[in-house]
Structures are given as structure tokens and as C-alpha cells.
Design a protein around this ligand. Structure first.
Ligand code: GLA
Length: 373
């Protein structure tokens, strides 16, 4: 019988996967899909974003449910625990999908991460506006955020081991806190202290969960890593209860080198913080450079899949080492099989990718066998 993947790491870290609502709340997923189609009809796409084809929702049964239950001991919801879904209207919470997600995790005996409390994306538009559609006051936004954090904590604190309190707050332009000109209405209205405040409230609302600040490209962009380092060092100095840095790690076959991953984990470890990998996938394409010609769709030949397997192996060896040092706590993959990966169609519309451990039919790939030992 095939071994259970998470057991290979049981003395090192939990192994997690991000799960889409179609696996635990099909009806809810259909509703959200329709709402999303409506949304993109009425909203022009942000500047610089490519055109996406939105495929129809697939119908079950889903082999992913079996794989998830068997191979992973930690889960995170891809979308259903984001603010736009949990707090869609003023004074109106919708826990229907989040409840089903938690129920599934309990049934599978899996630990749960909450993703995410504060993010400049996928926040409901109303939260930043008053009844007339004008920008809300700082005080009102603070009250709304506080109410949200406490309401969610009150319902789910007992269920979640770890919470992404703030997501993607470091700017790619100047590597300090992303401000209003860089899409963060939280910063724009509440000022830079929104990050500290969110962590203080989260500590009260989720007293027993680890509190994470999560971002992308920390292992690929040294100045961004330094920006995050300065931010969390300052937070610790101010007594802010951040305890973990989340590395998203949407990476690829070539970049970043393992040495940079190791350096990043150890840098945050040197501050006494823990590190978790929150959204890992390993694209089979090279870095995407906006404005430059993108790599065309490639065949997933045995050589490509073997190169990917070796890459996963080297990175997981590094993870094990960092877990032995007491720094790395969890590793979460952003998806289960290649067929539902967000990297299909992104960043290049019409191009599929194969970044995960199971192929489009749910068959384990060479990367699976390489790390499942
Ligand atoms: C970011 C977010 C995730 C998810 C992925 C893409 O990394 O943190 O919630 O939206 O992008 O799917």
C-alpha cells in the first residue's frame, strides 16, 4: 500500500494543502462562481492584468478529496475564509462555506489554518465605504476590522492552529509597507499602524493560534526579504504578538536557489520567529517577466517531471534541516492536483502548468515519490 505522504515528515513539520470549496461545499462554490462571473462582467480588469478564460466548474466526484484525506494533515481554504466571503455585507456574516470547510478538516482529522484576516485583495468593497459610498473614517474602519477579527475568532479560534493575520503587506516597489497608492486601503485609511493593531486584536481573538505575517517573493527578492525583516523586527520591538513569518513560495524549477530559501528561513529564525511555508508550488516554467515574451506551453516530459522531482527533493531536504533547527513548522502546498492549480492560465493566459505533486488525473508524480520516503 502506498505510504501516506504526511507520515514522511511527521517528526519535522505538518504537511498541508489548500482546498477549493468544490470539495466540501459544492453548492456554495456554484453560487460564488456565478457571483464571480457577474463581477468580471461589470468590472474592468485592473491595468496590466491579462485576460482570463474562466472555465465552467467541474463536476464531481473528485479524486482530490481522497488524496487530501490520505496524504495531508493540515488544510487551508483557498478562498472561503477570506474576508470578502465571510463578511460580504455590512453587519452580515456568512459562515456557511467556512463551517463546511472546518467540518471536512475535522472529519479528516486535519489541523486547520485560517487564511486570511487582513489583505488588500479580496476584502469586500463596502468595508471601506460609508452608506454614501464615501471613504470611511479611520475610526469606523478600525471598528469594523476589530469586529471582524473578534467575530471570526469567537467562532473558529478553537479550530485553527495558525492564522494569516496580515497578507502581502510589503510593497514590491519600495519594500516598505504597501500604502494607498499601492492598493492598500487598510493603510490608506488606518495608517501604517493597521498591521500592529490587527495582530493585537488577533492575539486576543485567537489566543492559542500562531499568528502569521505572510508574503510572496521573500526568498526570491533580497530587498523585499529585508523589508519584511525590518518590519517584523520593529513589530517585535513594539511588543506586537507576531510569532511566525509565512513564505508563500510560488516558485519554479530554477528560481530561487535552495541556498536563498535556507537563508530566508534562517534570517527570520534569527529574530526568534518561526517560519512556515504557506502556498508552495513549483511551476515548470521559468520566471515570468511582464512585458517580455513568455515561455510557450511545454510538454511535461519525463525529463521535466524528473527535474521537478529533484527540485522538490532538494527543497524538502532543506525544510527538514530547518525543522530540525526548530524554525520551520509547517509546509503547505497551494493545491492538490495539477488540474485545479491556479497556475493554469496564470500568469500566462491559455498556458497550463503542472506545479504540484499529483497530475491532472490524481496520479502521484515523480516529485511525490521523490519526497515520500
Ligand atoms: C496569493 C494569495 C492566495 C491565493 C493565491 C493565488 O498568494 O495569498 O490567497 O489567492 O495568491 O491563488
Amino acid at each position: 500500500m502506498e505510504k501516506r505522504l504526511f507520515e514522511s515528515f511527521k517528526d519535522c513539520f505538518r504537511l498541508g494543502a489548500a482546498v477549493g470549496g468544490i470539495l466540501y461545499d459544492y453548492e456554495g462554490a456554484v453560487k460564488r462562481h456565478e457571483k464571480f462571473l457577474e463581477f468580471i462582467k461589470t468590472h474592468p480588469k485592473p491595468e496590466g492584468m491579462p485576460d482570463f478564460k474562466i472555465p465552467p466548474l467541474p463536476k464531481g466526484p473528485f479524486i482530490e478529496s481522497e488524496i487530501l484525506a490520505k496524504h495531508f494533515n493540515l488544510v487551508v481554504a483557498e478562498n472561503d475564509t477570506k474576508m470578502c466571503n465571510v463578511f460580504p455585507k455590512p453587519n452580515e456574516y456568512d459562515f456557511s462555506s467556512a463551517d463546511k470547510f472546518i467540518e471536512m478538516a475535522h472529519k479528516n482529522n486535519q489541523a486547520v489554518r485560517w487564511h486570511t484576516l487582513v489583505w488588500h485583495n479580496q476584502s469586500p468593497k463596502w468595508i471601506f465605504e460609508d452608506e454614501k459610498g464615501n471613504k470611511v473614517s479611520k475610526e469606523l474602519l478600525e471598528n469594523r476590522l476589530k469586529d471582524y477579527i473578534f467575530t471570526v475568532g469567537n467562532r473558529y479560534a478553537k479550530d485553527v492552529c495558525s492564522v494569516d493575520v496580515v497578507n502581502e503587506c510589503i510593497s514590491d516597489k519600495n519594500f516598505v509597507l504597501r500604502d494607498g497608492n499601492d492598493h492598500s486601503k487598510w493603510f490608506d485609511i488606518m495608517g501604517p499602524e493597521y498591521v500592529d493593531k490587527a495582530f493585537f486584536w488577533a492575539k486576543q481573538a485567537f489566543p492559542n493560534s500562531s499568528l502569521v505575517i505572510n508574503d510572496y517573493n521573500l526568498e526570491t527578492m533580497p530587498p523585499k526579504r529585508e523589508g519584511m525583516y525590518n518590519l517584523v523586527k520593529g513589530m517585535l520591538g513594539r511588543g506586537v504578538p507576531v510569532d511566525t513569518v509565512g513564505l508563500q513560495m510560488h516558485i519554479n524549477l530554477e528560481n530561487p536557489p535552495v541556498s536563498e530559501i535556507e537563508k530566508t528561513i534562517e534570517l527570520f529564525g534569527s529574530l526568534g520567529l518561526k517560519v512556515i511555508v504557506t502556498e508552495m508550488d513549483v511551476s515548470v516554467y521559468k520566471d515570468f517577466q511582464p512585458g517580455k515574451e513568455s515561455e510557450p506551453r511545454k510538454e511535461y516530459t519525463p525529463e521535466v517531471l524528473q527535474a521537478q522531482a529533484e527540485r522538490y527533493k532538494q527543497i524538502f531536504d532543506c525544510f527538514k534541516k530547518e525543522a530540525d533547527k526548530g524554525i520551520l513548522q509547517d509546509v503547505v502546498l497551494w493545491g492538490i492536483t495539477d488540474r485545479f492549480s491556479w497556475k493554469n492560465d496564470f500568469p500566462v493566459p491559455g498556458r497550463t502548468d503542472a506545479p504540484l505533486l499529483f497530475d491532472i488525473n490524481g496520479k502521484p508524480k515523480p516529485a511525490f515519490y521523490e519526497i515520500c520516503r
